[in-house]
Design a protein around this ligand. Structure first.
Ligand code: SAM
Length: 332
């Protein structure tokens, strides 16, 4: 069993799996409702297909970390049945299992997820103000998300991260409140640079670089750099004198492509070699699966697709012009 290397020597051991492109929220930065075109049901991978593919990646291609995303993973029908099967596979093979979720449908599932051994929860939360939360997501669900965050903490999930996409004029006035939230509740808040995707309303005016965010935070807090692993996507800091941490995901202003270890699987079974890779570079794993390809054909196709991976993704202005999947289909 050989590692999955690309032409630049990067080892790919992390697979992000989008379970559905459906989402109960309509976040302005992701894909606005009026432009939504969801996959046909028949094109979405079934539970059995997902388990077959994930098993192959873990057992044959040395994938060590799986993150479930979407759309909203908990909007997938019968998700807990799929989770139970993933938990069995995790027990046999020992991969790291994470979920990225908007948190609105999470609370009722938390106890079971804990027994399934879910290692990490990334919960999206873009505003701590009820009205602003509603404006950004088009749903009045701030309290549900907060309840899920605190219940996850109470149940002792090993890793909980809060993801905030920071947009000028939308929620940038909340940066200091989020740092306060991190330190009050001993959480990690990750400030994410706004990225352009097909159908989202990215513009240069709304973009705020991580350097600008950090300057705002340093006006009140002393931030001590933490040194993570070389494949980490975030720049992490401890808020001095507290258990709260803040992180910055500088995908646009300071890319971290050199340490990229990620592959992505869309809900309709396409393997993406980069978050921003062109649709013509996607590998249709569902087609291979439904035409009963052999394990050898799978492996050859995956390794060949990976050879097309860029050294680094283009600049934001170029990305904004490119035709790609929406974030709902890719899953972040
Ligand atoms: N529904 C889940 C959620 O809200 O976390 C999972 C899917 S969502 C597409 C995954 C992550 O992508 C979220 O943390 C979200 O904030 C982030 N995201 C979506 N659109 C983005 C954009 N344009 N720029 C930066 N991050 C984005």
């Amino acid at each position: 069993m050989k590692q999955l290397n690309d032409t630049y020597g990067r080892v790919h051991n992390y697979l992000r799996v989008s379970l559905t492109d459906a989402c109960n929220l309509h976040c302005v930065y992701c894909a606005p409702a009026e432009q939504r075109k969801n996959f046909l049901r028949a094109n979405v991978l079934t539970d059995e297909e997902l388990i077959t593919l994930i098993t192959f990646f873990v057992r044959e291609l040395r994938i060590e970390k799986i993150r479930l995303t979407g759309g909203e993973p908990f909007a997938r029908k019968n998700i807990m049945k799929l989770m139970a099967q993933l938990a069995d596979l995790k027990q046999q093979t020992g991969f790291h299992l994470g979920i990225t979720t908007n948190g609105t449908l999470l609370a009722p599932h938390l106890k079971e997820l804990k027994t399934f051994g879910v290692d990490s929860l990334n919960i999206s939360l873009d505003s701590l103000e009820r009205e602003n939360f509603r404006t950004i997501t088009k749903q009045d669900s701030l309290q549900k998300v907060l309840d899920a965050v605190f219940e996850a903490q109470r149940l002792g999930f090993p890793l909980i991260k809060i993801n905030m996409v920071v947009m000028r004029g939308v929620n940038d006035h909340e940066l200091l409140n989020f740092a306060q939230f991190a330190l009050t509740h001993h959480l990690n808040v990750r400030f994410i640079e706004f990225m352009p995707f097909t159908d989202n309303d990215w513009s240069n005016n709304k973009f705020i670089s991580y350097k600008e965010m950090i300057t705002v935070l340093q006006s009140r807090y002393s931030l001590i750099p933490l040194h993570g692993d070389k494949n980490a996507v975030s720049k992490d800091f401890m808020i001095e004198g507290t258990n709260g941490t803040v992180s910055f995901i500088s995908s646009m202003s300071e890319h971290f492509c050199d340490g990229c270890s990620r592959l992505r699987l869309t809900a309709d079974g396409k393997m993406k070699i980069c978050l921003f890779s062109l649709p013509q570079h996607d590998l249709d794993l569902k087609k291979l699966l439904r035409s009963h390809s052999s394990p050898q054909q799978f492996e050859e196709a995956i390794r060949a697709a990976l050879k097309l991976k860029w050294k680094q993704h283009p600049e934001p202005e170029i990305l904004a012009e490119m035709k790609n999947h929406s974030m709902l289909a890719i899953g972040g």
